[in-house]
Design a protein around this ligand. Structure first.
Ligand code: ATP
Ligand code: ATP
Ligand code: MG
Ligand code: MG
Ligand code: MG
Ligand code: MG
Length: 255
């Protein structure tokens, strides 16, 4: 009733701050596992890349994309995932905290919910946590550069980690010795170590480890007699640096 509706306490609501995101701007939500160095250690994840953990991350991101239909692309690597919302999304009236917290908590709860599907009997030792941020990009080029930046990060880290763990696991160097040997080396040098000492051609390492995972939506037809068109979220492990990917999937940048 009108008597109860406006209590004397109601004014506290006015302390809440407006956090509406600028219109017509790419919204990127990036999540990152909190202290996953420890988390990976505690759960004995394979070094340098545990496929189960990456696939669990991909599953969680797919759940998020199925729930929030205005995400047109997601990119994941290591313990992080970036979600790209359409420029024109009106989700939660573009309120930043609403978007960020809903994406983050759905991702984190999915990580726990689907843990056993990927890790079988490996016991989850404690509840994992993810941090999150919202970043806005005004132009398509800024957005593409953002994704290139994250993919360059996969490359640099994975080449380093692959070489580092070969030196430790195969050549039996200590962590400190391996670090010392790699300090200041160029990519070409690390490629050379992998090839000459371990007979590994870096380019033949699994593509998910080298390129990360890009999730996008595609329309598929279910088999006859149904024949209905439906959307599915599909994983790709392709190069985001050049135009090929963007030309093959023009719907991502276009509205
Ligand atoms: P912070 O809380 O600052 O993010 P962090 O320990 O999570 O700390 P990151 O920079 O996010 O630091 O690094 C992620 C860590 O998790 C790295 O040590 C990386 O090797 C490890 N990691 C993430 N995913 C995997 C995976 N699939 N397999 C093996 N190790 C992984
Ligand atoms: P929104 O996403 O907008 O928050 P909501 O359905 O969660 O939608 P709330 O205003 O948060 O809406 O209301 C919480 C709902 O959950 C109410 O319907 C409330 O009755 C129900 N609910 C919450 N806790 C309990 C509980 N312990 N027992 C029974 N019902 C509960
Ligand atoms: Mg970090
Ligand atoms: Mg982390
Ligand atoms: Mg990280
Ligand atoms: Mg509620």
């Amino acid at each position: 009733s009108t008597v109860m509706a406006k209590s004397k306490y109601e004014y506290v609501k006015t302390f809440e701050l407006e956090d509406k995101i600028l219109p017509n701007t790419w919204i990127v939500v990036r999540l990152d596992g909190k202290n996953f160095t420890r988390f990976c250690d505690k759960h004995n994840l394979e070094k340098p890349n545990d496929r189960r953990a990456l696939e669990l991350m991909n599953k969680c991101a797919t759940v998020v994309m199925e729930e929030f239909r205005d995400i047109s692309l997601a990119f994941g690597q290591s313990d992080e995932y970036s979600f790209i919302f359409r420029k024109d999304t009106t989700l939660y009236n573009r309120r930043a905290a609403k978007i960020l917290t809903n994406v983050n908590s759905l991702f984190a709860s999915s990580y726990v919910f689907f843990w056993n599907m990927y890790f079988g009997n490996v016991r989850l030792m404690y509840p994992p946590t993810f941090d999150g941020r919202v970043v806005l990009y005004p132009t398509d080029l800024n957005l593409r550069d953002y994704l290139s930046w994250r993919q360059a990060d996969v490359h640099v880290n994975n080449l380093y980690n692959t070489t580092f763990w070969m030196l430790v696991l195969r050549k039996k160097l200590s962590n400190a010795q391996a670090e010392e040997q790699l300090r200041g080396t160029l990519s070409s040098h690390k490629n050379e170590i992998l090839f000459s000492e371990f007979n590994i051609n870096y380019n033949n390492e699994p593509i998910m480890f080298r390129k990360g995972t890009t999730l996008i939506r595609k329309h598929v037809h279910s088999p006859p007699p149904d024949g209905k068109k439906k959307q599915v979220v599909l994983p790709f492990h392709c190069d985001l640096f050049n135009d090929t990917f963007w030309n093959e999937h023009p719907e991502i940048l276009g509205l």
